[in-house]
Design a protein around this ligand. Structure first.
Ligand SMILES: *[C@@H]1O[C@H](CO)[C@@H](O)[C@H](O)[C@H]1NC(C)=O
Ligand SMILES: *[C@@H]1O[C@H](CO)[C@@H](O)[C@H](O)[C@H]1NC(C)=O
Length: 621
């Protein structure tokens, strides 16, 4: 098992290939495309009369990296990382702890389990890509048809699960809940390479995902592979990002700084979406495939894209509920520090093009290193809540703050983290995969339904009211040296000095108004994420059982952990809660003996969960 940790996932670390060397076959023209016979197209002109608004359950499903593989052979050898050839122990439901992709029976059984166990609890689905196998078998290279076929197969699974048939004469199914897909780096050919749109891939997927992309978003999707789906009408939109344009390994594009780059256009589009949502009083969940990981050991995105993303997350902190990703296969989260985002330095910080070859555990250790540098918590007060209680008690006692050292420390700490809501930071959550690199998993997220109990789901074709699409309509230009750290300096400049020193080509969005309350990512309110339950399927056991089964083997998922359990102890999934958890994990190395047990437990659990319970953490280190 241990040797696995040294393995590098092909998906995550394949270096950038020079474009000239890529043998990209041209795609057939789109009008020659015949819709897949199984793929019933949604007819947008068919009025839907039968579906009364369902009420919300306060939960959604996040599932990612299915990697279905029609060539998977149970009983073949996993040694070459494909499970296509030879004789070996490749299991019936897939080979846990290998680089092999998923047999279709794993996909089918997952959908059966969802149908029988959680389907009715799901308000919408976040489906973060990689719905085709890897290119990991030289003897059977992938081609476009296979990639599109597997994506149709996966799309049809959702249609079968959530499709509603209205009446015999209206055979077009609609979905009972919105499903929001996105491109993974293996959903295209060659993998990782995605040129600016419109291109053959965006056109093909517009058809394959016809039931998932709202009618009025199709144009935008064909342009760049991005779109917005209003999953709770008038309340919540899911913004599907095309992270291929941010991805360092996509050698067909170059970051988010130059106006000619699709990454630049994507960030402008995102800014407009968030601005529209702010003006409509709505909130947004961002989702994408490749996570914005950024540590000494691993950086997934081009630096200029990370910078903009971090600024956007900060400026729209009143709008963004959370951001959700896949791709990395290990369960974890990352914090974006807005102090690390220098608006004026949106220059090309040239990476040398090499992606460091590292084990996943090294990456996790580097995160822990980052977290050990988080502002240190005043002693004896492990949560902001406790600090606030302390300040409150002092106030009641009428103590003068100057006399109280502890109070001073608390105030200093709160200032460092951006106030009591930790608004200096934003969080991105990375879900582990269904493909059994470790054990297959899926995640049910619970959110706060206060005030939304009677709001209907977007069962009609979800749509965003038409808005004029003017990229340059919003936002004000920032002065030259306006890193987010220097708010004060900036304000002074705005008042007269510094005029005429504007930097062309980059507009930072407006922050929320100074009177706006903290957003749902920061303080628990409607749409705030409260917790999630991570489910896993123990393939070691299930494959064993399958080999002895008399009838058709069945697969079950069970609870791996919940975020509010005894170890993580998260009262909600706000940024502040994640900051507290990260601080505990980061502290693990350097704490007093009596506290050690507890914080080490957080680091230990974090590692164990990263590998979905498959790896024996005691064997690490
Ligand atoms: C949801 O938010 C409201 C504030 O709007 C809060 O009073 C309530 O406790 C939250 N619900 C949960 C379950 O945390
Ligand atoms: C999975 O199943 C195997 C075989 O039954 C068992 O030894 C192992 O402890 C289980 N692992 C987990 C994390 O449930």
């Amino acid at each position: 098992m241990l040797s696995l940790l040294g393995l590098i996932t092909a998906a995550a670390t394949v270096g950038a290939v020079p474009l000239e060397q890529l043998q990209q076959k041209p795609l057939a023209p789109v009008d020659e495309l015949v819709p897949h016979p199984n793929h019933a197209q949604l007819n947008p002109n068919t009025p839907d009369t039968s579906t009364a608004a369902q009420s919300l359950t306060g939960r959604f499903l996040h599932i990612t990296d299915f990697h279905p593989d029609r060539y998977y052979k149970a009983g073949s050898s996993p040694d070459d990382g494909s499970c296509h050839h030879g004789k070996g122990e490749a299991g019936y439901f897939g080979q846990e702890g290998s680089d092999c992709d998923s047999p279709l029976v794993l996909v089918d059984e997952t959908f059966r389990w969802i149908k029988e166990n959680i389907k009715d609890d799901v308000d919408f689905v976040i489906w973060t890509g990689d719905s085709a196998r890897h290119d990991n078998d030289e003897k059977i290279p992938r081609d476009q048809d296979e990639i599109l076929d597997l994506n149709r197969y996966m799309s049809q699974k959702w249609i079968d699960l959530f499709g509603i048939r209205n009446s015999p004469d209206r055979s077009a199914p609609r979905l009972s809940v919105p499903v929001v897909p996105t491109f993974g780096n293996n959903d295209i050919l060659p993998h990782n390479i995605f040129r600016s749109g419109p291109n053959a891939w965006t056109k093909r997927f517009e058809q394959i995902w016809a039931d998932f992309i709202p009618e009025d978003q199709r144009h935008s999707f064909v342009q760049g592979g991005w779109f917005t789906s209003e999953v709770i009408p008038g309340k919540l939109a899911v913004i599907s990002l095309n992270t291929m344009y941010f991805f360092d390994s996509n050698s067909a594009v170059d970051g988010c700084k130059d106006q000619s780059e699709p990454g630049y256009e994507h960030m402008e589009w995102l800014r407009v979406q968030l601005q529209i949502l702010r003006e409509r009083g709505m909130k947004a969940i961002l989702m994408g495939h490749v996570a914005p990981a950024r540590s000494d050991e691993k950086t997934n995105w081009d630096e200029t894209c990370w910078q903009k993303y971090t600024v956007w997350m900060d400026r729209y902190r009143d709008v963004v509920v959370t951001s959700l990703y896949g791709h990395m296969n290990v369960d974890h989260f990352v914090l974006q520090d807005s102090h690390a985002a220098k608006v004026d330095e949106l220059s090309e910080k040239q990476s040398d093009g090499t992606v460091s070859a590292m084990s996943k555990s090294d990456y996790l250790v580097s995160l822990r290193g980052q977290w050990s540098d988080l502002p240190s918590v005043p002693s004896g007060l492990e949560s902001v809540q406790k600090m606030e209680d302390y300040l409150e008690a002092n106030k009641k006692k009428g103590k003068k703050s100057k006399e109280d050292k502890k109070e001073k420390k608390i105030r200093k700490y709160l200032k460092k983290i951006g106030g009591p809501w930790a608004e200096r930071y934003s969080v991105s959550l990375v879900s582990p995969s269904l493909v059994p690199n470790y054990f297959p998993t899926l995640r049910m997220v619970e959110y706060n339904l206060t005030g939304l109990e009677n709001v209907g789901l977007a069962v009609e074709s979800p749509s965003t009211p038409q808005q004029p699409f003017d990229l340059y309509q919003f936002g004000s230009q920032l002065d030259d040296d306006s890193s987010l750290e220097t708010e004060k300096k900036k304000k002074n400049k705005k008042k007269g000095k510094g005029k005429g020193k504007k930097k062309p080509g980059f507009k930072a969005p407006e922050p929320p108004s100074s009177t706006a309350p903290p957003g749902p990512a920061y303080s628990n309110q409607a749409l705030t994420l409260l917790s999630y339950t991570q489910y896993y399927a123990n393939l070691t056991r299930l494959n064993e059982e399958a080999s002895q089964a008399k009838g058709t083997p069945r697969m079950e998922f069970e609870v791996e952990y919940t975020t509010n359990d005894d170890v993580y102890e998260m009262s909600d999934l706000t940024v502040r809660s994640y900051l507290e958890l990260a601080t505990r994990i980061g502290e693990a190395g350097e704490v007093s003996a009596q506290k050690k047990g507890k914080v080490n437990a957080a680091w230990r659990a974090f590692l164990e969960r990263a590998f979905t319970g498959y790896v024996d953490v005691d064997e690490l280190d």
